[in-house]
Design a protein around this ligand. Structure first.
Ligand SMILES: [Zn+2]
Length: 398
């Protein structure tokens, strides 16, 4: 409906002034509501309208929300996040997507517990991993819940829920262990499926075997960079990060295999490999843990002599313990300087399907540290320490 040109009126002390505005006012027919449906797998939700803004929980394909704003190629969704227009399709509907939830249930599939939330429409979700909790928030959703079926489970000790605002339902999973092993979110039709990974099972013939403490445990090692285009950091004498990362990754693989682990590598040669296929390999293989091996370049305005040491990077809380443990272990066992443990939203720390960490094992440009980095005896000791650190970490989180 077109209402024509707006007129603004202001009344003060019984005097009314009015002024004609510019533009036209029209009331949108409800049939004109623009609803975004996520077509990407998953859609990247952000806190603002550019890639500078932080990532929120990715939206599973099929998620629907009302578009309440636009800025360039970005759309603002009703629950607060922004998404790129290219990751959604616009559907017109007379009503904003809202859902009632009446029940939830769980089932176990190999290595995972799946929790099913039957909805009327796929709504936006966010998750938060706590110290011993996993919290799932459903937006545009109102509970009429009267039954939740959760069997005794390897991961979940108890599920609680509450309607935290008229259109937000929050489910809090109290967990059996402080260590979380990964999660996945997807829509099956209009049912939200949350998958929580079970702890890895040691398949050693002799339980707790000292010889093969990592029997049957799948570990993914990602040697950073590779190929002619992507050498990574460069040392003063022109040695590339990609080369040292591959050498040490292969030594780590050997040490882990000796301890019984089933080791996968994203690359075993000097080949081009972008970040997306590395991430896809983690998603597909669902390892118990993923470790990306790098050496550091100098930060902007950094001092090549003073900047040194081992750095560990994590993003999801489930990876924090592994990052901290490995960092502390390498610093202590190898008497290396510490660069620090960092929360960092990196492609290789972002997979949620497994605790995923990125290690920066020293600074290529530091003349003193570089000697240690390229020394074959020290490389072997480093690989042993990483494998032993991983082994002791697995033992510590049981
Ligand atoms: Zn690197």
């Amino acid at each position: 409906m077109d209402l024509g040109v707006p007129v603004f009126e202001l009344t003060m002390n019984n005097q009314t002034i009015s002024q004609q505005g510019t533009g036209k006012i029209s009331i949108l027919s409800p049939a004109d509501l623009e609803i975004a449906e996520v077509t990407a797998e998953p859609g990247v939700a952000r806190t603002g309208a550019s890639t500078d803004f932080s990532r929120m929980t990715p939206l599973p394909k099929g998620t629907r929300a009302t578009v309440i704003g636009r800025e360039g190629e970005w759309l603002r969704l009703d629950y607060g996040a922004w998404i790129k227009a290219s990751e959604v399709q616009i559907v017109k509907d007379a009503v904003p997507p809202r859902s009632i939830i009446r029940s939830a249930s769980s089932r176990q599939v190999s290595g995972w517990t799946e929790v099913l939330f039957p909805l009327e429409i796929p709504v936006p979700v966010t998750v938060q991993e706590g110290e011993r909790t996993f919290t799932l928030t459903l937006y545009n959703t109102t509970a009429q819940t009267d039954i939740i079926r959760i069997q005794d489970d390897p991961v979940i000790s108890r599920l609680e829920w509450q309607q935290i605002s008229p259109l937000q339902v929050q489910y809090t999973f109290n967990l059996k262990s402080a260590q979380q092993w990964g999660y996945k979110l997807r829509y099956e039709g209009t049912t939200l499926v949350l998958s929580l990974k079970h702890p890895p099972v040691n398949t050693s013939a002799v339980p707790n075997s000292q010889a093969k403490p990592l029997s049957g445990i799948k570990i993914l090692i990602d040697p950073g960079h590779g190929g002619p285009q992507d050498g990574g950091a460069v040392s003063p004498v022109g040695i590339r990060e990609k080369t040292v990362a591959l050498t040490v990754s292969k030594l780590v693989r050997e040490e882990l295999v000796n301890r019984g682990a089933n080791v996968l590598m994203t690359r075993v040669e000097d080949v081009d490999l972008d970040l997306p296929p590395r991430v896809e390999m983690i998603q597909k293989e669902e390892p118990a843990i993923a470790i990306s091996i790098h050496y550091n370049a100098l930060p902007d305005n950094g001092d090549a002599i003073k900047t040194k040491g081992v750095g560990a990077f994590w993003f999801h809380p489930q990876a924090h313990s592994l990052a901290t443990f490995l960092h502390n272990y390498l610093v202590a066992k190898l008497n290396r300087p510490s660069y620090g443990v960092f929360w960092n939203n990196l492609a290789m720390t972002r997979p949620a399907v497994a605790p995923s960490v990125l290690m920066e094992l020293g600074f290529m440009i530091n003349p003193e540290e570089f000697e240690w980095i390229v020394n074959p005896t020290e490389q072997k000791k480093l690989a042993e320490a990483i494998a032993q650190g991983v082994t002791e970490w697995f033992a510590s989180v049981k």
